[in-house]
Write a protein that binds this ligand. Structure first.
Ligand code: FES
Length: 132
């Protein structure tokens, strides 16, 4: 339940309808966060896997496709998302879909499929049990 909102069930609103209403208030349709964390102690981190270049490529692609801006897509940098073992990682909201990627081709597929069309790129999904 989201703080500040009454329980949709208690008010007789189905959770699906409540979710739809919440999404309608969202400033962006989709938000993708790239972990760009750098560790200097030798532990695994996304910065070791060209995360910065992939973030910049995603940002440029989203802008070139005119997907950026209010009501559309926002690309953001993030610190450690605590899923370092499968890095580099990115997560797309509101679907909360976690990806791992290798190169700019993978980023292009996330942009073209998920960010543009809402279709999850199954082959890039992060395993559910991967943590730090
Ligand atoms: S360093 Fe990227 S998820 Fe932790």
């Amino acid at each position: 339940m989201i703080p500040g909102l009454d329980s949709p069930v208690r008010r007789g609103v189905s959770p699906l309808r409540a979710t739809h209403r919440i999404r309608a208030m969202s400033y962006y349709e989709r938000h993708i966060f790239f972990c760009l964390n750098q560790r200097d102690n030798g532990e695994a981190c996304c910065a070791q896997h060209a995360a910065q270049a992939s973030f910049e490529h995603c940002k440029a692609r989203v802008k070139a496709e005119k997907l950026n801006g209010a009501g559309r897509v926002r690309v953001n940098r993030a610190g450690c998302l605590d899923r370092c073992a499968a890095g580099p990682v990115a997560v797309v909201y509101p679907e909360a879909v976690w990806y791992t990627y290798v190169d700019q081709h993978d980023i292009d597929e996330i942009v073209d499929s998920h960010l543009k069309c809402g279709l999850v790129v199954q082959r890039l999904l992060l395993a559910a049990d991967v943590g730090r």
